[in-house]
Design a protein around this ligand. Structure first.
Ligand SMILES: Cc1cc2nc3c(=O)[nH]c(=O)nc-3n(C[C@H](O)[C@H](O)[C@H](O)COP(=O)(O)OP(=O)(O)OC[C@H]3O[C@@H](n4cnc5c(N)ncnc54)[C@H](O)[C@@H]3O)c2cc1C
Length: 415
């Protein structure tokens, strides 16, 4: 272990803060980790439905969204997916690969949180849990971090306080305020990886249905992004992974006063390529059917009912009495089932935030602040949000590792 001897304060004991503390302590720094929860890694416990999808073999850059994608790409070269896999293997956590999505082999998010905690303990990181940071300042030669009962001093301060997403895990946006105190700006954080409220009343009739579909987000009528996967209809609107994936664009567009619509192509969901052909070619056998029976086996009954209503076809009318125009309208409805988005679900239901401290305010991938020497930033506090699939944790590991390493070794070592 190298001996840097620096005294480093890490604000926030989540994924990025734990990683930063470990990276710095491995370089010989004396690290104190301050966490307001009674234990570190609380948010990690709920990741991946308790299984922790900690990274992904597919590291296509389109899975990382930021105002400065080139920065993220460079940072990921500094601590990559392979580095994360190796890091966790060394801590006794082999990865289980599910179509490229990587989880701990035992399928327990708690193992990831515990392994990080045990490694921090092994490295003699001082962990101050139940310690809420109220303020942070630079006094001329030291950083001073104040809590209700104590004040901590350090040569270096790493801010890793996370975002506003999932406040039950400790996310209250304190990191933004602390960063602003050192001269940083903050792109207003908005909920991302979350469900969408729809204006259409018939959406509630579909609550509980899960349906494969291509999800197209239209902003002011123009296609913004497309995702395919299982859409979940809920009492408030739309949810499910493909809806989560587009939600960060909806958040930003609605904030800018733009019009957002979700257009579902129910024919093009994964595995349903044959569905439309079968429906179009089976008139001979289904001609005597009426109502939702005409779409039996194609779509769930409630969904068929909404499609018929929207296509303006009476439920009593047998299929062989439909006009060509009516059949066309029904097929078109299933191809372009539209919902106007009123708003995104709030921070409580969001997995991450879009927005945060711009990466342009950092000194390259040292993660050191360009506003305040000796201050480092990591994790979701920064303007990076990943797609569903392990990308947000990969960013936490990458940024935490780079910040902790550079903080212990001094500015510029990783540029
Ligand atoms: C339900 C859910 C499921 C998710 N699943 C996945 C997944 O499977 N894969 C994936 O890649 N990502 C997932 N994410 C996202 C991922 O968990 C986050 O992106 C990641 O944890 C961010 O790490 P962080 O260190 O920046 O912030 P956090 O993990 O939120 O850590 C910040 C820490 O700072 C502490 N803190 C804040 N303010 C203060 C203060 N004033 N004083 C002291 N401490 C403070 C907080 O208590 C918290 O512990 C999920 C998120 C949620 C909510």
């Amino acid at each position: 272990m190298k001996q840097s001897g620096k005294q480093i304060l890490v604000a926030g004991g989540g994924a990025s803060g734990l990683m930063a503390a470990i990276a710095a302590a491995r370089r010989g720094a004396k690290v104190t980790l301050l966490e307001k929860n009674k234990q570190t890694g609380k948010k990690l416990l709920v990741t991946g439905n308790g299984r922790c999808n900690f990274t992904n073999r597919n590291q296509d850059m389109k899975n990382y969204r930021s105002g400065c994608p080139a920065f993220v790409e460079q940072a990921l070269k500094g601590f990559s997916m392979e580095d994360a896999v190796m890091f966790f293997e060394e801590l006794g956590i082999p990865a289980r690969d599910r179509d490229g999505y990587l989880y701990p082999a035992d399928g327990q998010a708690s193992s990831v949180a515990s392994a990080l905690r045990l490694e921090a303990e092994r490295l003699k990181v001082r962990s101050g849990c139940n310690t809420e940071i109220l303020s942070a300042e630079y006094t001329g030669n030291r950083f001073l971090v104040k809590t209700a009962g104590w004040q901590y001093e350090g040569d270096v301060l790493i801010l890793a306080c996370g975002s506003l997403a999932a406040p039950g895990t400790g996310a209250t946006g304190d990191g933004y305020r602390l960063a602003e105190g050192f001269g940083h700006t903050v792109i207003p954080p908005l909920p991302a990886l979350t469900g969408l409220y729809a204006a259409e009343k018939d959406c509630a009739k579909l609550a509980g249905i899960r349906q494969e579909a291509k999800v197209v987000l239209l902003i002011d009528g123009e296609t913004c992004i497309e995702e395919t996967g299982e859409v979940q209809f809920t009492s408030y609107g739309l949810s499910g992974i493909p809806v989560f994936q587009v939600s960060r664009y909806v958040s930003r567009a609605l904030k800018e006063g733009r019009r957002c619509e979700i257009c579902l192509n129910l024919w093009e969901g994964r595995g349903s390529g044959q569905t439309r052909r079968v429906f179009e070619e089976n008139r001979e056998y289904t001609g005597e059917r009426s109502g939702t029976d005409t779409l039996l086996g194609v779509f769930p009954e409630k969904l068929s009912g909404v499609l018929l209503e929207r296509a303006g076809i009476s439920r009593k009318k047998k299929r062989n009495q439909w006009t060509q125009e009516e059949e066309y309208r029904l097929i078109k409805q299933a191809e372009e089932l539209r919902f106007s988005v009123v708003r995104c679900r709030g921070f409580e239901q969001a997995q991450v935030c879009t927005g945060g401290v711009p990466l342009t305010e950092l000194k390259g991938i040292t993660m050191e602040s360009a506003c305040m020497p000796g201050l480092y930033l990591a994790g979701e506090l920064l303007d990076v949000d990943g797609a569903c699939g392990g990308y947000n944790l990969q960013w936490a590991w990458t940024s935490g590792y780079l910040a902790g390493s550079a903080a212990a070794e001094g500015t510029g070592t990783l540029c």
